[in-house]
Design a protein. Structure first.
Length: 174
């Protein structure tokens, strides 16, 4: 009797393992190519996002298809520290010019956004480490577009693409 149940246990183990492997592959594809849940912390995106750790839903399709546009809030690999991500607003796209009031050099400067790059800037310009510090960001570093805030519940809602810092864009393709 004990010998006949071992093949049954092995078969059940393999079947469950197959289901778990398929689920893992499915979740990997969903996370990397469709939707992600991300925690955004820090004061750089105030008042759009809270500094205490809003949880946002992002979609990856726009980034993969290069359908990001000015005004979108995105999650990108940090150009300054590739082990971390930043959550910033796209202020300008390739071919556009941005008037930069640099926190480091103080004077106004016009910057051309080169091909294949975007200009990322926090909504709270007084407290944001962004393209004003590290320059235009390669589009390949943009991982996803923020769609909505899902936590905290009182702050649930869609993320608007109308941004507060339009005065920094000198000329626009839009």
């Amino acid at each position: 009797m004990a010998g006949s149940s071992a093949p049954g246990l092995l078969r059940e183990f393999l079947q469950r393992g197959e289901v778990m492997l398929k689920f893992g592959c499915f979740m990997h594809c969903v996370h990397n190519y469709f939707l992600q849940i991300t925690v955004c912390q820090g004061p750089s995106m105030l008042p759009t996002l809270n500094h205490v750790g809003d949880i946002v839903l992002t979609e990856c399709i726009s980034a993969h298809l290069k359908k990001i546009k000015s005004g979108d809030v995105v999650v990108a690999t940090s150009p300054a520290n590739p082990r971390s991500v930043v959550c910033k607003r796209v202020l300008a796209m390739e071919g556009e010019q941005v008037r930069v009031v640099s926190p480091t050099w103080g004077d106004d400067k016009i910057v051309d956004v080169p091909a294949g790059h975007v200009w990322l800037q926090g909504d709270n310009t007084r407290n944001s480490n962004d393209s004003r510090h590290y320059g235009p960001v390669p589009m390949a570093l943009v991982q996803s577009k923020v769609v909505c805030r899902i936590w905290p519940p009182r702050g649930w809602g869609w993320i608007e693409t109308d941004f507060p810092n339009k005065e920094f864009v000198v000329n626009s393709n839009n």
